[in-house]
Design a protein around this ligand. Structure first.
Ligand code: C2E
Ligand code: MG
Ligand code: MG
Ligand code: MG
Length: 282
């Protein structure tokens, strides 16, 4: 086909690049079909109060299992959705499913729902779309959290208007992966946000080394200075880390140690009847 365009254009179709481009096109085509056929599903990961272990909310995480590809990682299909112009459809599908699941499983009113939002969704109509969806589901807007990465937020100040609009309705905005961007600490005051999620990368392996403890303290002080009290540590992978974070005054945590992402039937289902012989004393 390249040959038909005449000499000179052939060089553009260097085989290895062509193969990679082809793979992208195929991935985006399959993803489009999955989104259109409603085959994107949602897993839920609990957010815990680190002082008493109580579940305070859930983060909705998109999942895609393709008949041929098997399970595809969000790290692969979220950027593909962004490239292919599918991210808003995908994001709104996740939101609708998650709102329906909250009702279906009778999740208590005081537990929030967090969804991830791509900066590409923050057009002039974003706030309206989001609020209409939440209202239609009959879920109070103040149960919703919107997670958006700091780098994304800094790139599009035009999105600030949209975020302020949903905040006026009680939706809380959280900075996702806080600490992975370079200008994070200084910019916190300027962002239209209510909370931050401290990136796993800042905490990492086991009991935080002295440097990590210092970082956590610094983040907490900066957040407090910006009037932010909702702080969630991401990627809490063991009990020691959970204890250290709680001792440092980080109120909430999320991670494999506390609860892995799981389908609604497992993650949101109310605790079943107490097994015989283990009836708690009132
Ligand atoms: P994120 O929003 O930062 O979500 C947290 C990710 O960390 C999830 O990966 C979760 O499974 C994983 N995780 C949770 N606890 C632990 C832990 O203790 N250790 C480790 N190593 N990992 C942990 P997941 O589900 O693969 O999602 C990856 C990213 O894809 C998300 O990062 C988010 O940025 C994006 N994403 C997922 N669903 C959506 C969506 O519906 N819309 C958009 N725009 N992005 C999404
Ligand atoms: Mg997130
Ligand atoms: Mg995150
Ligand atoms: Mg992330």
């Amino acid at each position: 086909e390249a040959n038909r365009r005449g000499p000179g254009s052939v060089a553009l179709f260097e085989p290895r690049l062509f193969t990679a481009a082809r793979a992208r096109v195929d991935l985006e085509r399959d993803l489009r079909r999955a989104v259109e056929a409603d085959r994107i599903t949602v897993h839920y990961q609990p957010v815990h109060d680190l002082t008493d272990g109580a579940v305070v909310g859930y983060e909705a995480l998109a999942r895609w299992s393709d008949p041929d590809r098997g399970h595809v990682s969000p790290a692969e299909f979220i950027p593909a959705a962004e490239r292919a112009g599918l991210i808003d459809d995908l994001g709104m599908t996740v939101l609708r499913q998650a709102l329906a699941d909250l009702r279906r499983y009778g999740v208590p009113r005081d537990r929030w729902l967090s969804i991830n939002v791509s900066p590409l969704q923050l057009d002039d109509d974003f706030a309206r779309r989001l609020l209409v969806t939440v209202d239609r589901a009959g879920i109070p807007a103040d149960r919703l959290r919107v997670e958006i990465t700091e780098s994304a937020m800094l790139r599009s100040t035009s999105g600030y208007t949209q975020l302020d609009e949903i905040r006026r309705r009680g939706v809380r905005v959280l900075v996702d992966d806080f600490g992975t961007g370079y200008s994070s600490l200084a910019s916190l005051r300027r962002l239209p946000v209510d909370g931050i999620k401290i990136a796993r990368e800042l905490l990492h392996d086991g009991a935080p080394a002295p440097a990590d403890t210092t970082v956590v303290r610094a983040v907490r002080l900066l957040a407090a200075g910006a009037g932010i009290t909702e702080i969630i540590a991401e990627g809490v992978e063991n009990a020691a880390e959970a204890r250290t974070l709680a001792a440092l005054g980080v109120p909430y945590g999320q991670g494999f140690h506390l609860g892995r992402p799981a389908p609604a039937a497992r993650a949101l289902r109310p605790p079943g009847p107490t097994p015989v012989g283990r009836v708690p004393v009132a």
